[in-house]
Design a protein around this ligand. Structure first.
Ligand code: GUN
Length: 279
């Protein structure tokens, strides 16, 4: 049986440490979250982020915009938040309603308040190994490796999914620990062949059934970033947890794996933004 990586517990530990730091040092961090449109999953994520803020002692302000919002309106809200000296972090929840350009909006977020690390300035810094805001999901996954003493040096890591939010920044994180990294995507010729060679598999596609347990090498570390609903409406990942558990040495569950870590690392980044801005 594999070790089940307890993201829920580790996330709680990180939040508690941040809370203690915020209290001890009298920090007053503040996060502004923009939620645009009616995506139900986004509403849940944002609610969880607001609860985590409350727990850690981060002030939280939410801007709910209708699905009919125009790009200029979104940009002007970002400008307003950029210029608000009280605000340390700005998070624009993805995805946006059709017709809005999310990357243009991310580009507009002041890089010092870019707690998601999606602004090209931070993306570039991460890529060249300089201190930056590290996107929360890859950052959370790196914290899991650290906590469970999973050594990455020389290991073959295969990421399935090339999103700007997870797949691409994950490459930079893994490279910084000297892993050999492959990204697979919808045009990959032989996904099974790539995944079978992986010591570390990171599934971040957002769809069930693409990475199957028979692709997983015995003893591999399996990280599941997926957040899907199965036929009964229950939350599940991209990978069949039960079947993959028979092969993996370490595995993350869904829920209770990567999800809570993403939020904990957001809290970390907001505190970091506050500290950087008040140095
Ligand atoms: N949507 C899914 N994951 C994320 C995330 O980490 N940040 C933002 N802003 N939106 C998301």
């Amino acid at each position: 049986m594999p070790v089940i990586i307890d993201g829920k517990e580790l996330a709680k530990e990180i939040r508690m440490n941040l809370k203690e730091k915020v209290e001890r040092e009298g920090l007053k961090p503040k996060l502004a979250v923009i939620l645009c449109g009616d995506d139900p999953a986004s509403a849940v994520y944002v609610r969880n982020k607001s609860r985590a803020c409350e727990e850690v002692g981060i002030k939280y302000e939410e801007y709910k915009l209708p699905a009919t919002t125009k790009q200029e309106e979104l940009i002007s809200l970002i400008d307003k938040l950029n210029n608000d000296n009280e605000i340390d972090g700005i998070l624009l929840q993805s995805p946006l309603p059709k017709g809005l350009d999310i990357q243009e909006a991310f580009n507009r977020i002041d890089e010092k308040k870019d707690v998601d690390g999606f602004n090209p300035y931070n993306v570039g810094k991460l890529t060249i190994g300089q201190d930056s805001f590290v996107p929360c999901t890859p950052y959370g996954i790196m914290k899991m490796f650290e906590k469970y003493n999973i050594d990455l040096e020389g290991k073959k890591a295969v990421i399935v999914g090339r999103s700007n939010i997870v797949g691409k920044p994950m490459v930079a994180c893994l490279l910084s620990k000297n892993a050999t990294v492959t990204i697979c995507h919808s045009k990959t010729k032989d996904l099974a062949k790539e995944v079978k060679e992986a010591d570390i598999v990171i599934a971040a596609i957002g769809r069930r059934g693409i990475v199957t347990a028979d692709m997983i090498k015995d003893g591999a570390v399996v990280i599941d970033v997926g957040m899907n609903r199965n036929d009964e409406g229950k939350l599940c990942g991209d990978i069949d947890f039960g079947a993959a558990s028979k092969k993996a040495s370490y595995i993350t569950p869904v829920p209770g794996g990567v999800g809570p870590m993403t939020i904990a690392m957001l809290m970390n980044n907001v505190v970091k933004a506050y500290e950087n801005r008040h140095k």
